[in-house]
Design a protein around this ligand. Structure first.
Ligand code: HEC
Length: 155
């Protein structure tokens, strides 16, 4: 009889543990569903060196149409300041990268290789007052696609 009682007690204890463990798992899942704040361009996503290479590529490939100051010209919209943020906010750095690589190639001779397109993105970010950091702009498209472009934070 005593043995029976204790095995019931053990069974109950095991059940209780399972219940607690289960609650744990559930709350952990809830926590992981709470999306972490997205990485934005304002957290130092390119380096000064990236932007410097980007400037060279820009002068070579883009300045004829977009102007040395990025303010555009007849038929070409500015790519600095409010127009930049109006156009790109809530999109991802990958979108700008892909745009430069695809829409801005104009002809096959002027196709922009991926490494230059990345540098050009860094240059664009820099020219729009977005500060550099210690890590180069990531090569991985998935990671680039996680970096959100947002309006400048309120001062
Ligand atoms: C032959 C002229 C020409 C060249 C060269 C050129 N662009 Fe453009 N670009 C344009 C025009 C025109 C548009 C506007 C297209 C539109 O918005 O319909 C544009 C649009 C853009 C935009 C989007 C505009 C926006 O509102 O943000 C970006 C970014 C851009 N260009 C970057 C570049 C970069 C970087 C290069 C160099 C690799 C480059 N362009 C080379 C003519 C050019």
């Amino acid at each position: 009889m005593a043995e029976k009682t204790s095995s019931v007690a053990i069974a109950l204890a095991v059940l209780a543990c399972l219940a607690v463990a289960h609650r744990h798992v559930t709350s952990a899942q809830v926590v992981s569903l709470d999306a972490p704040p997205p990485t934005t361009v304002w957290s130092g996503v390119y380096t000064e060196a990236d932007a410097q290479r980007g400037k060279i590529a820009y002068t070579k490939r883009c300045a004829t149409c977009h102007g040395a100051d990025l303010k555009g010209g007849p038929g070409v919209a500015p790519i600095v300041g409010n127009p930049f943020f109006d156009r790109w906010h809530d999109l991802r750095v990958f979108d700008t990268f892909a745009y430069i690589q695809s829409a801005m190639r104009h002809d096959f001779r002027n196709f922009v290789p991926a490494n230059e397109a990345r540098d050009l993105v860094a240059f664009l970010l820099q020219q729009n007052g977005i500060p550099p950091g210690n890590q180069p702009l990531p090569k991985d498209y998935g990671v680039l696609n996680e970096i959100l472009i947002t309006f400048p934070p309120e001062h």
